[in-house]
Design a protein around this ligand. Structure first.
Ligand SMILES: *Cc1c(COP(=O)(O)O)cnc(C)c1O
Length: 405
């Protein structure tokens, strides 16, 4: 029988219904600590990437640990502030920051704008000057490194839309130093997500540190290096790099230059802390195989459809002697891509519960209402206690913003 901490999953299903996202406070704490611990004793900020999962109660837990936050929109800033996050520990990334979002962030007094183009730098300068402020800025550079991850989640190769080309970064930095509305404080990068090899991280970090050296040689004063996120999770059988060793190398690079260090992990903090609990509705056999049709799908978890992502799917209460065999676990959504797992060995029939594992990151945060499906409930477990942190949406929630003519 599967549990989330000390709570049996069938109890949670009975209490809150399915599908339901179940998060573990203990796992979240542990995965957060693996990042924070390595940097003890050195000037640093671990900025959790809110887009991985921005639920208020989860942000609130992280804020209590002293987390910083990496945001990519005004909406994410609003979430961080409501959850009690410290604006001074917020970094604002993203290629398309709107004026109103920048204003909101300036007024809140965030810690750093990670600027991704010269045009953005000029806009920020003007907005800050109009407020008689000086906006703290880091230049996000595109280090032109292949991350060897799924093409949809690689962001640091030459043709990606993210960051300032390395070849232009020096010029842009020198221009930034002349603007009175911004204060250049650091350099940033982020080359993608679920990067399972150490070399792309290393290459990027070295390129960023080299650029910092060149800028300092030209008289610019820098305070920090932000190495971004992208730290991988073991979804299946991936061989992961030694995270502690990698983080240690980043620490050394920054310390050798007397610079503070920032990182922006999202997935690795949140993915292991969540599972998606679902119930089998039907079993359908065909000439091609067996389908387990469950009550969740790409509306709650789009990663398999979008990235061919693999999530372990487990029987919650395996029945001794039940028929097992390869089956495709599919959702009810009217799309052929609505498949959670192919050819899984599962012994489950109608009414049985399944757990889709490691879905804390990029699960609920990418959910949609497609097919007029209300978003699932979300529950945070702490020992033998569970609390709803987002109630299940109702049909009225879905239709509330709409008007009949
Ligand atoms: C998405 C993102 C992250 C987090 O990436 P993970 O792979 O979840 O660690 C960090 N920084 C930036 C700028 C991002 O866009």
């Amino acid at each position: 029988m599967l549990h989330a901490e000390d709570m049996a999953l069938p109890e949670l299903a009975a209490e809150y219904g399915t599908p339901v996202y179940v998060y573990s406070r203990r796992t979240l704490t542990d995965s957060w600590r693996q990042f924070a611990r390595v940097f003890e004793g050195t000037a640093h900020q671990v900025c959790y990437a809110v887009k991985a999962n921005g639920r208020l109660a989860l942000l609130q837990e992280l804020a209590k640990f002293g987390a910083g936050f990496d945001i990519v929109s005004g909406g994410e800033l609003a979430r961080v502030l409501r959850a009690g996050g410290d604006p001074k520990r917020v970094v604002f990334s993203g290629v398309g920051k709107r004026e109103d979002e920048m204003q909101h962030a300036l007024d809140a007094g965030i810690g750093c704008f990670n600027v991704e183009s010269e045009a953005e730098l000029r806009r920020l300068d003007e907005l800050a000057l109009a407020r008689k402020l000086r906006a703290p800025v880091a230049l996000r550079v595109n280090p032109d490194v292949e991350a060897n991850t799924h093409p949809h989640i690689a962001t640091g190769h030459g043709s990606a839309k993210f960051g300032i080309e390395l070849a232009q970064a020096e010029t842009v930095a020198l221009k930034a130093a002349l603007l009175r509305g911004v204060q250049l404080q650091g350099l940033a990068c982020h080359i993608g997500s679920q990067i399972t090899k150490i070399e792309p991280f290393r290459q990027t970090a070295r390129r960023l540190a080299d650029l910092a050296d060149r800028l300092r040689a030209r008289g610019l004063v820098l305070k920090h290096l932000d190495f971004g996120g992208g730290y991988p999770v073991r979804y299946r059988n991936e061989v992961l790099p030694d995270l502690q060793a990698l983080l240690g190398e980043l620490r050394t690079l920054a310390e050798a230059r007397g610079l503070a260090l920032r990182i922006e992990p999202g997935r690795a903090v949140m993915a292991p802390a969540g599972l998606l609990l679902t119930r089998v509705e039907y079993v359908k056999a065909s000439a091609h195989g067996r389908f387990l049709i469950v009550d969740t799908g790409m509306t709650e978890l789009i990663r398999p459809a979008l990235y061919d992502a693999w999530h372990d799917i487990r029987e919650v209460a395996p029945q001794p002697g039940a028929v097992t065999g390869p089956c495709d676990v599919v959702g009810p959504v009217c799309e052929s891509a609505d498949i959670l797992g192919r050819e899984r060995q599962l012994a489950a029939g109608p009414g049985d519960l399944l757990a889709v594992m490691d879905t804390g990151a990029y699960g609920a945060s990418m959910a949609s209402n497609y097919n007029a499906r209300p978003r699932a409930a979300e529950v945070l477990v702490d020992g033998a206690h569970a609390a709803v942190i987002r109630r299940r949406e109702t049909l009225d929630d879905l239709m509330a913003p709409e008007d009949l003519l």
